[in-house]
Design a protein around this ligand. Structure first.
Ligand SMILES: Nc1ncnc2c1ncn2[C@@H]1O[C@H](COP(=O)(O)OP(=O)(O)OP(=O)(O)O)[C@@H](O)[C@H]1O
Ligand SMILES: [Mg+2]
Length: 315
């Protein structure tokens, strides 16, 4: 069966007793794209993903994965053969080695995949004989991604694949996700990291409290909701402290950021020229000036009035 979209969701609802976790969402995922579901803790990301993986039943609405209906038994059988899954908080078998683990899952799937090839793909071949429980968080996630590939899936679901990883391990995982896209996989990613969604996604969908807030490419969302560019001035070794620095830009709607930077809305280059001339006049030649483009954080802030913290809560 060939479907126009890798995934189609219409009016999907999931309730848990009195709680509406998913509140009538509709969206499509294009073939071979990296699609990110971006939202804070409790937004409904895992619930949606697990409905698409046929692990939970929807309360109402429709969902099709590769054209197959998640509500039908036959559809579920077909879907499970064609998807790969890295669950949230993934764990393999602690006492087995990396190689034994991937072999274990390969056999469960009855797959004839070359386990060493998959370990190589995720950069884990040299650790094949290391016990799972001795791996770092980043390495465990990489093995999890290798395991999700044992059945050569068309779509892979990665539920918060970089949560809790250090910045280097996170970036290594990003590289791996880009590689999967180059291999022609459709990737459905969930994350609460704005930077991650911006760096990786062809399409981002913002979800808050079970409702879709916005959907588009990172550039489209930033253009539409991110607001203007801004000029950031920090005192560096200018000799003027930030408290005084802000008073220099009277009439330019300057604001002090939490870290002490001075933020001035940018409309055109004349604003920049004015900032430079003020700093020169004050002999603050060492002050740093940065022209900052809005990012997905600004989009989220302008749509919801809130920020997502690094732990994933809204604040
Ligand atoms: N099995 C369940 N029974 C009852 N409530 C549930 C169940 N699973 C999830 N919920 C609730 O549904 C809401 C959505 O949860 P879900 O796990 O889908 O969110 P999430 O976006 O994945 O959050 P996180 O970032 O914490 O993983 C939350 O309020 C959660 O407490
Ligand atoms: Mg979740």
């Amino acid at each position: 069966m060939t479907a126009k979209h890798a995934i189609e969701v219409k009016g999907l609802v999931k309730t848990y007793e009195k709680l509406t976790a998913i509140d009538g969402i509709s969206f499509d995922v294009n073939n071979k794209e990296v699609f990110s579901f971006l939202g804070p803790n409790g937004a409904g990301k895992t619930t949606t993903v697990e409905i698409l993986e046929c692990l939970r039943d929807p309360t109402a609405g429709e969902a099709y994965v590769l054209g197959y209906d998640v509500r039908k038994h036959d559809g579920q059988e077909a879907i499970k053969k064609k998807i790969g899954v890295l669950p949230q908080d993934f764990n393999a078998l602690d006492w087995l080695t990396v190689f034994e683990n991937i072999e274990y899952f390969r056999k469960i799937y009855g797959s004839r995949a070359d386990s060493m090839y998959l370990l190589k793909l995720v950069g884990m071949d040299e650790r094949a004989n290391q016990r799972y429980k001795t791996l770092s968080g980043g390495m465990k996630q990489r093995l999890g991604i290798a395991i999700s590939l044992v059945n050569d899936p068309e779509i892979i679901f990665l539920d918060e694949p970089t949560a809790g990883l250090d910045p280097q391990a996170r970036r290594d995982t990003w590289e791996l996700i880009r590689k999967l896209r180059d291999e022609g996989k459709t990737t459905f990613l969930t994350t609460h990291y704005m930077e991650e969604a911006q760096a990786l996604s062809d399409t981002v969908m913002l979800i808050v409290e079970g409702k879709i807030v916005a959907r588009g490419s990172p550039d489209q969302l930033i253009d539409e909701y991110g607001g203007k560019k801004s000029i950031v001035v920090r005192n560096a070794s200018s000799g003027i402290d930030n408290h005084n620095l802000i008073t220099l830009f009277d009439g330019m709607r300057a604001k002090a950021a939490q870290n002490g930077d001075v933020i001035i809305p940018f409309t055109d280059n004349s604003d920049l020229a004015r900032v430079i001339s003020i700093l020169e006049k004050e002999n603050a030649k060492m002050a740093e000036i940065e022209l900052r483009s809005p990012n997905l954080e600004d989009v989220f802030l302008s749509l919801t009035g809130k920020r997502i913290t690094s732990e994933g809560s809204v604040g």
